[in-house]
Design a protein around this ligand. Structure first.
Ligand code: NAD
Ligand code: MG
Length: 387
């Protein structure tokens, strides 16, 4: 029986992780859950999966939840302290980090220190603190198992291979709902358009990040840390059908790819059972009806999420944190329809230009850079409702 903790259990990745647990009750047991504010769903999850501990962000929600589950043997905790307590629970063997945002950094670090393997969905952790996380994981003999579909694909392609023989990583992208469009088009797109992802069903923030291609930029930085390659050895390839989830080119010219239907349950399940494969119900690729697999070159001048990410990654230090924090802040305003689509790029760029980089930032310095970014944006931009 593998005991798992899930941070972000009420979200897109979290609920799909629980679906896998539901199909593997003999092999998987939930020991800890954590969510932001959806205590109704969390209550249902507590009743179904019977964890020892459950964390919610606000103490007032925790108090309500305590009353809701007073007939059960579960400890309800709150705040960052509670999140960390859920992450490091003695029984956890593996922690699924499916929380959204930089709030995932500290509990992930605490879990690594406590010797828990990490099934990592929260990409912000590696983007901002990759230099700390990878080093710490090695020191604590902890595995970082990627959940992001592209990184899982690369991880699968590297099974049994020597990562020193990687020539380059070919990170695939769907191109999002605005693939092939120009800047003039992007200047007038609305929230509802950005939320229509052609292939994947995901949380709202990451869906907008796919439309700006900031998501792919974050994934380039994530890949760099996970697989120990230089940014110049990661090439983004647009593959509009999302059939190829990523590829690795080796020094002899061989290219290995992982293909499948777009279903996050595959990478989640692969991380939970690694190195074993298990049956996963669902659609299979049908090569009789799959007419073609296309490839395009992304346009970094239009989808500046990509070019700004490479710039942040190349400069390094605290700049990836600023890139990520500025994007988090801007996307939250875009989701409230208080800024326009292209403002997201403008906000990121302004912050990156104004920031004074800190080399090898500590966790405190990363969090300070995040705070600086939010304050800088607040001081420069007015956020009116646009409708
Ligand atoms: P989501 O918005 O659907 O879910 C986020 C989860 O985090 C929710 O359970 C929410 O309650 C929880 N959360 C938010 N703030 C919290 C807080 N303060 N304390 C505790 N919990 C909190 O997001 P998602 O789409 O599931 O994405 C989660 C992470 O996985 C992100 O980092 C995303 O980039 C990454 N990811 C997602 C997908 C996908 O298909 N959805 C794919 C690859 C990577
Ligand atoms: Mg992805």
């Amino acid at each position: 029986m593998k005991q798992i903790g899930i941070l972000g259990s009420t979200g897109s990745i979290g609920t799909q992780t629980l679906e896998i647990v539901r199909n593997h009750t003999e092999e998987l047991q939930v020991t800890a859950l954590a969510a932001g504010s959806n205590i109704e769903l969390l209550e249902q999850q507590i009743r179904e999966f019977r964890p020892r501990i459950a964390a919610v962000w606000k103490e007032e929600n925790a108090a309500t939840l305590r009353t809701m589950v007073r007939d059960m043997d579960v400890r309800i905790v709150s705040g960052m302290e509670g999140l960390i307590e859920a992450a490091v629970l003695e029984q956890n063997e593996i922690l699924v980090t499916a929380i959204v945002g930089m709030i995932g950094i500290q509990p992930t670090i605490a879990a690594i220190r406590a010797g828990k393997d990490i099934a990592l969905a929260n990409k912000e952790t590696l983007v901002t603190a990759g230099h700390i996380i990878m080093h710490l994981a090695e020191k604590c003999h902890v595995r970082i198992l990627p959940v992001d579909s592209e990184h899982s694909a690369i991880f699968q392609c590297l099974n049994g291979e020597n990562s020193r023989e990687i020539d380059k990583i070919l990170l695939t992208a769907s191109g999002g709902p605005f693939r092939g469009r120009d800047t003039a088009f992007l200047s007038s797109v609305r929230l509802a358009d950005a939320l229509k992802h052609p292939n994947w069903s995901m949380g709202r923030k990451i869906t907008v990040d796919s439309a700006t291609m900031v998501n792919k930029g974050l994934e380039v930085m994530e890949a760099r840390w996970l697989f120990g390659v230089g940014l110049e050895d990661i090439q983004v390839v647009v593959q509009p059908q999302s059939v190829i989830h990523s590829m690795v080119q080796f020094q002899d010219g061989a290219v290995l790819a992982q293909l499948g239907t777009p279903d996050m349950k595959l990478p989640i399940q692969y991380a939970l059972f690694y190195p074993e494969r298990q049956f996963l119900p669902g659609k299979r690729l049908d090569f009789d009806t799959l007419a073609s697999i296309d490839f395009e070159k992304p346009d970094p001048d239009v989808f500046r999420g990509l070019s700004l990410a490479y710039q942040a990654g190349r400069t390094g230090g605290s700049l990836p944190t600023v890139f990520n924090a500025a994007n988090e802040f801007a996307v939250a305003r875009f989701l409230e329809e208080r800024i326009r689509f292209l403002d997201i790029y403008r906000i990121i760029e302004e912050c990156m230009e104004a920031h004074k980089k800190v080399e090898h930032p500590s966790v405190d310095e990363i969090l300070a850079a995040e705070q600086w970014t939010y304050e800088y944006i607040e001081s420069r931009w007015k956020f009116e409702y646009s409708h």
